[in-house]
Design a protein around this ligand. Structure first.
Ligand SMILES: Cc1cc2nc3c(=O)[nH]c(=O)nc-3n(C[C@H](O)[C@H](O)[C@H](O)COP(=O)(O)OP(=O)(O)OC[C@H]3O[C@@H](n4cnc5c(N)ncnc54)[C@H](O)[C@@H]3O)c2cc1C
Length: 447
């Protein structure tokens, strides 16, 4: 059997680990990535060691059945072997590369890695078509395409803004922005946090104004505490409103007992996917509209050291509002916002805007050439909530006629519409484990 994995970010590598582990001597595994920096992708490509993981080392093992694997790697590399620590993201790509090398050496299968971009897949013979002209057929193809580019929040005023930089592109930020430049950041989530830490490292002194619709900033991790799970399968299908009421009651109960809210939110973790899956489309929309902005900051928290950098950045102001106008001049931009709950506007001026609004997720419009080609062929469809690719419970793609494609799979960020909570490493490794199991022990073998 030949399994091709398209995308060698963290998800592609973790998928490869499980495929290699399950494969037999007659099997072939091909990993294709546009870059040669495997495992890096968007999250772990930084070389800036002050940018830390948002998750404790103990929860970052690539192997679900070896929870200490990453911590042991840290020990063997003479890094602080503390499982509770938040270590540099740059180390994680190296960890994944080392782990892949070991998996390749221990696997019976034949492994190939190709550095190129996949531009199309011909479904008739399951042929992977690369931009450099290479082509090969595979029995199973796994799309580990990761995060799409960040959406342009200024599209209405500037379809291709020249003075807006991507919050994912630290290299350009560091080369273009000078120490005294005033900066506007759109978005106040994890990408804004990264950007501020990176600017601080470069000794930035200019004024930084960040804003988002709600102006919420990620909360901080505290030492872990457990809280007894209060959710059971009986709660699956409860409305968003009833569940949120229950969560608020539990938070109040916990706090009265001296237990922080963080423990209550963390206790939901094993149920988050099922709660989402059981909601109707209407309830999912309700959650996105009313709860998401709060959920994101309470659920996806930052390391205390990172929070300290944010609070000590005296030139930073964070506000809430919506964009109402934008203009670019020779060396500056002016951006007008309407602050939340007001009818007034205020115009900000800066050298650059940094876009930290998060990746596009609507696969009906994403312009990535591979996605566009597969959409054109009818084998990629947006899921009904427009957060990812339409898939079934196993991660098979569902085509535009809603038929399952048994040989075409995805995992990681493109599964967000189906599973909601599926982009952190603990979720990705679980998906990879079941996906590899499904490929090598299928309920219905491919014809
Ligand atoms: C800034 C940031 C910090 C994060 N921190 C954490 C954390 O601390 N802990 C945690 O658990 N999770 C964290 N996450 C979650 C993160 O989403 C996942 O951990 C993981 O990085 C997702 O990896 P990926 O491979 O799916 O996507 P990406 O990182 O987007 O990688 C996709 C890869 O696919 C390749 N590719 C795409 N299209 C093609 C094509 N057509 N042909 C060939 N190659 C292609 C790209 O070159 C890229 O290498 C973070 C995310 C971000 C953005």
């Amino acid at each position: 059997m030949h399994v091709a994995i398209v995308g060698g970010g963290a998800t592609g590598i973790i998928a490869a680990l499980y495929i290699l582990r399950n494969a037999h001597a007659s099997d072939q595994v091909t990993l294709i990535d546009s870059s040669t920096n495997l495992g890096a992708g968007v999250a772990y490509s930084t070389t800036d060691e002050s940018l830390l993981l948002n998750v404790r080392a103990l929860q970052m093992s690539a192997h679900a059945d070896q929870p200490n694997h990453f911590v042991e790697w840290l020990t063997s590399h003479k890094h602080q072997p503390d499982g509770e620590a938040f270590v540099p993201r740059a180390w994680y790509a190296r960890y994944l590369q080392d782990t892949l090398a070991i998996a390749v050496s221990q696997s019976k299968a034949h492994y190939t890695c190709i550095a190129t971009t996949v531009s199309d897949i011909d479904p008739t013979n399951r042929v992977v078509i690369c931009a450099d002209g290479q082509q090969f057929s595979a029995d199973h193809i796994i799309l580990a395409l990761g995060h799409a580019p960040i959406a342009n929040p200024l599209a209405r005023w500037a379809p291709t803004p020249q003075r807006m930089l991507s919050g994912y592109d630290w290299h350009t930020i560091a080369t273009k922005i000078t120490t005294n430049d005033d900066i506007i950041i759109i978005g106040s989530g994890l990408t804004m946090v990264d950007t501020i830490v990176a600017l601080q490292n470069h000794g930035h002194r200019g004024k930084i104004t960040a804003f988002s619709r709600h102006g919420h900033v990620p909360q901080t991790h505290i030492p872990r505490q457990s809280y007894p799970s209060f959710i059971t399968s009986d709660h699956y299908g409860w409305s968003v409103r009833d569940l949120m009421r229950l969560v608020r009651t539990e938070v109040a109960k916990a706090q009265a007992a001296g237990i922080p809210w963080q423990a209550v939110i963390d206790s939901l973790r094993p149920h988050n996917q099922q709660l989402w899956i059981h909601w109707s489309l209407r309830e999912k929309r309700r959650f996105l509209r009313h709860i998401r902005a709060h959920w994101d900051i309470y659920r996806h928290r930052i390391a205390p050291q990172i929070a300290a950098v944010i609070t000590s950045t005296s030139q930073l102001t964070i506000g809430a509002g919506r964009i109402v106008d934008y203009h670019e001049h020779a060396a500056t931009v002016s951006l007008t916002i309407q602050p939340r709950h007001t009818h007034t506007t205020s115009t900000l001026s800066a050298a650059y805007v940094i876009n930290c609004t998060g990746p596009l997720s609507d696969y009906a419009v994403i312009e990535n050439p591979l996605v566009a080609a597969l959409r054109h062929r009818g084998i990629v469809a947006a899921d009904d909530i427009r957060l990812g690719i339409a898939v079934d419970a196993h991660g098979h793609l569902c085509d535009q006629d809603q038929q399952i494609i048994p040989w075409l799979w995805t995992l990681g960020p493109p599964r967000k519409g189906y599973a909601w909570e599926c982009i952190a490493i603990p979720d990705i490794r679980n998906q990879a484990a079941t996906l590899a199991h499904d490929i090598f022990t299928p309920a219905t073998p491919l014809s």
